[in-house]
Design a binder for this molecule. Structure first.
Ligand code: SF4
Ligand code: SF4
Length: 449
């Protein structure tokens, strides 16, 4: 069984050589749609109004709770309205609509060469004000990762447990979690000059008192060793999904298992994606807020796959047009990776800070999923990396038997999607688990970095 499942999962490997391709900047569209909820926590409060002129990098939304971060204008323009619109990751949120002016230009920066002499509190405050986030549906911010006790959604999993141990292992990972995504790999190749300083900053913020690891793929060994510059030991890891997930990276590098629903900090490990570490460095050193994203554009409707630099708020339609991808054959548009990404219902959905990939699929690649009956083949149990019983868990989620859902350890689910990927009945396993966690207000994967 295991051999055949291994073959099934073979396509789920990290993208190769996408990091070597040129990265072109998508021109500014006529209108940018900047969501004020692009992060974990509460929606940011608008500090501009219709008719205001804004400059690139100007704050347009203030963080309203500890977990959220500020939102900035991606380029010069005029605010034409603030509207409630569908959020790419579900629900509705306020959107600042900006009519852009002129060509893209670098954001005005406020450098601070002496940033390393600042306290961690001051640095984290500046990072928060610059709006630096990780990727994912409700991406956590750097300041909330390093202050787990301050975050209500994480505090709940620490209640009744021992205090968090000191961080003895810092993992800066240049491996993207999902197949075909290549953003962190790109950072090693194209922004290697910033890697040592970014690692040094993460060491300071995490207070690590042991080893620091730069995890990368075998194909990037040389670049990683050069980029690490002695600031971290380089560890070569497999790019085979789901081994690329943060939880399994921690287990493979330290042998420690993260308790169900807890963050790596609970076992003394801090894990930071390299892209986020470099964005944090640029925030504190150069004073550059997060106003754009490097995005992988892939899927069978995109030949060849591309990596582009697009302003936050750019509609997917403009990014696809820039990549010469015709809309007509696309039957499914996904923000995020191919396994756990979110399907979008319109090409007008704009880029947010959580989106690192746009996947465009034609009809012949789509495998329909439906609430079919489980045939008890056991494949999902065999291959679940969290050693759960996805077959039973999915039935309890389907019929909302909440007591049993808890007893079957849903908080240990990594939301890897492997069970749904291999299920011969094509049951919507991941959707069952995510929906149940949302209804029961349990911590979601992605919020627990
Ligand atoms: S998504 Fe499925 S396979 Fe992955 S950890 Fe959860 S139950 Fe296991
Ligand atoms: S893989 Fe699908 S059909 Fe097989 S046991 Fe799991 S849920 Fe049931």
């Amino acid at each position: 069984m295991l051999n055949s499942l291994y073959e099934i999962l073979m396509p789920l490997r990290a993208a190769k050589n996408l990091d070597k391709l040129p990265v072109n900047a998508v021109p500014a569209p006529e209108f940018l749609y900047v969501h004020l909820k692009q992060h974990e926590g509460a929606e940011a409060a608008p500090v501009v109004k219709a008719g205001d002129e804004v400059k690139a990098g100007q704050t347009i939304g203030w963080a309203m709770d500890f977990m959220s971060a500020d939102v900035h204008a991606p380029m010069d323009g005029k605010v034409v309205g603030i509207e409630r619109q569908p959020n790419p990751y579900g629900g509705f949120s306020s959107v600042v609509v900006i009519k852009t002016e002129g060509k893209r230009k670098p954001v005005e920066s406020t450098p601070d060469p002496d940033y390393l002499s600042k306290s961690n509190g001051e640095l984290l405050h500046r990072i928060r004000r610059m709006g630096i986030m990780c990727e994912g549906p409700a991406p956590p911010s750097i300041h909330s990762i390093f202050n787990p006790y301050m975050c209500p959604s994480r505090l709940v999993v620490h209640v009744g447990r021992d205090p968090l141990p000191p961080v003895d292992t810092l993992i800066v990972t240049a491996i993207d979690e999902e197949p075909i995504v290549s953003i962190n790999q790109y950072m090693i190749t194209r922004q290697s000059n910033d890697v040592p300083e970014a690692i040094k900053l993460m060491k300071k913020l995490s207070g690590v008192n042991g080893r620091t690891v730069l995890a990368c793929l075998d194909t990037q060994r040389k670049e990683a060793e050069k980029a690490a510059s002695g600031e971290a030991e380089v560890k070569i890891m497999s790019g085979r999904y789901p081994g690329t997930l943060r939880e399994l990276t921690v287990w493979r590098l330290t042998g420690r298992e993260i308790p169900a629903g807890a963050s790596p900090m609970s076992v003394g490990v801090a894990v930071i994606p390299l892209r986020t570490a470099i964005a944090a460095l640029k925030a504190v050193r150069d004073g550059i807020p997060q106003t754009s994203m490097i995005v992988t554009v892939a899927g069978d409707a995109v030949t060849p796959p591309q990596t582009v630099d697009a302003l936050i708020g750019t509609p997917a339609r403009d990014i696809l047009k820039f990549c010469d991808v015709p809309e007509a054959p696309i039957k499914k548009l996904v923000f995020g990776g191919p396994i756990r990404g979110k399907s979008q219902f319109s090409f007008d959905m704009p880029l947010t800070k959580g989106v690192n990939t746009i996947v465009a699929l034609k009809a012949d690649k789509l495998v329909p999923i439906a609430e079919n009956n489980c045939i008890n083949c056991g494949a999902c149990v065999e291959f679940c990396p969290a050693r759960l019983q996805p077959n039973m868990l999915s039935r309890h989620c389907q019929f909302r038997v909440f007591d049993e859902i808890v007893k079957k350890h849903i908080t240990a689910c990594l939301e890897c999607g492997v069970c749904g990927y291999i299920c011969p009945s094509r049951r919507p396993m991941l959707q069952y688990f995510q929906n149940a966690k949302q209804q029961m207000k349990l911590p979601r994967k992605g919020n627990m970095l």
